[in-house]
Design a protein around this ligand. Structure first.
Ligand code: NDP
Length: 292
């Protein structure tokens, strides 16, 4: 194995420590405690795990965490009423509606009902537009975490060829916007892309956000490239349940210059960036300097 393993777990711990430090200063100097409200509709087990982990880490950095668990058959009007109440509550600086929502709820409508200033997931159409036009916005947590790791690993990204595999609104598209913002030459690949292997081989930076276990083998990777694996796939191997990414780690690590592991790469950074966004939202709401 030749690649540097990018330790997302350690990086996330550093980000959380910085956030905790800033939160302590907000309390001491301004009597402010950032508040994050998480809304979970239904009983999706994976979502419940994420929500619990988010709540725990929120309180660990000194913020207030509130969880709103609603039954799977919640009426859209009731969910919108809860969001309106959270929008109006000055103690709530960040609102996160855990996705996916049950089918009878219109996710776009729900997300766009969140006050954009409190939209710490960065999915509101206003924040998407601000990001796309290079203006100050709330940046989606997963791609933000990927960008932070890439900058730490590579320094300037300017002029590098970046390939993002996946075009979801949550990961692929905002990731591509962020890389473009850092002056990469960006290609967005997806399920209809022709000769994906050859497209990937041109990447100095390869971000995989597909949701297909180990789809990208080492021979699709340019020697020395930096690989960020967003995929989280639960599979069974040798009779044991295990987590793997979208990249075949062992063969990729033999070729890449640096690579994020799964687990322990992008995942921990996502929650750390959620906390960072909640802090940013609190500072903006109170006219205070934002964390750097
Ligand atoms: P989506 O299912 O919304 O999007 C997947 C994308 O992959 C689509 O754009 C799809 O293309 C593309 N795709 C599917 N099959 C292929 C293929 N054979 N070749 C090329 N492209 C393909 O997923 P998400 O973006 O929400 O998530 C992607 C992965 O990242 C998942 O494993 C998810 O669990 C993980 N994830 C991890 C997070 C973390 O914190 N680490 C956070 C969020 C997601 P098309 O549009 O053409 O259908």
């Amino acid at each position: 194995m030749s690649a540097t393993i990018i330790d997302g777990k350690a990086f996330a711990a550093t980000v959380r420590a910085q956030v905790a430090d800033h939160v302590a200063r907000l309390k001491a100097d301004h009597g402010l405690t950032p508040g994050l409200a998480v809304v979970l509709v239904g009983e999706d087990p994976a979502s419940e795990v994420y929500v619990r982990s988010k709540g725990k880490q929120t309180t660990e950095v000194g913020m207030n965490s509130t969880e709103h668990k609603l039954p799977a058959d919640t009426a859209e009007a009731d969910l919108l009423a809860l969001i309106a109440q959270l929008n109006a509550d000055p103690a709530v600086n960040g609102i996160l509606v855990q996705l996916p929502l049950p089918d009878h709820l219109d996710s776009d409508l729900v997300i766009n009902s969140i006050d954009p200033a409190k939209d710490v997931d960065g999915f509101h159409i206003s924040n998407v537009g601000l990001l796309g036009t290079g203006q100050k916005s709330m940046v989606p947590c997963t791609p933000l975490g990927c960008l932070m790791m890439l900058r730490a690993q590579l320094g300037s990204l300017s002029g590098l060829n970046a390939v993002v595999v996946g075009r979801s609104n949550i990961v692929g598209k905002p990731m591509a916007q962020l890389l473009l913002g850092d002056s990469c030459t960006v290609t967005i690949a997806h399920s209809r892309t022709k000769d994906l292997a050859e497209v990937c081989r041109g990447a100095d930076i390869l971000v995989a956000a597909v949701g297909r276990p180990e789809m990208i083998p080492g021979d699709w990777i340019k020697p020395g490239a930096t690989v960020v694996d967003v995929g989280i796939n639960r599979i069974e191997r040798d009779g044991k349940k295990t987590l793997v990414g979208d990249v075949a780690f062992a063969s990729a690590a033999a070729v890449a210059g640096a690579i994020t592991p799964v687990p322990g790469g992008v995942g921990p950074m996502t929650i750390a960036c959620l906390l960072a966004n909640t802090l940013t939202a609190t500072c903006r709401a109170n006219g205070l300097a934002e964390p750097q």
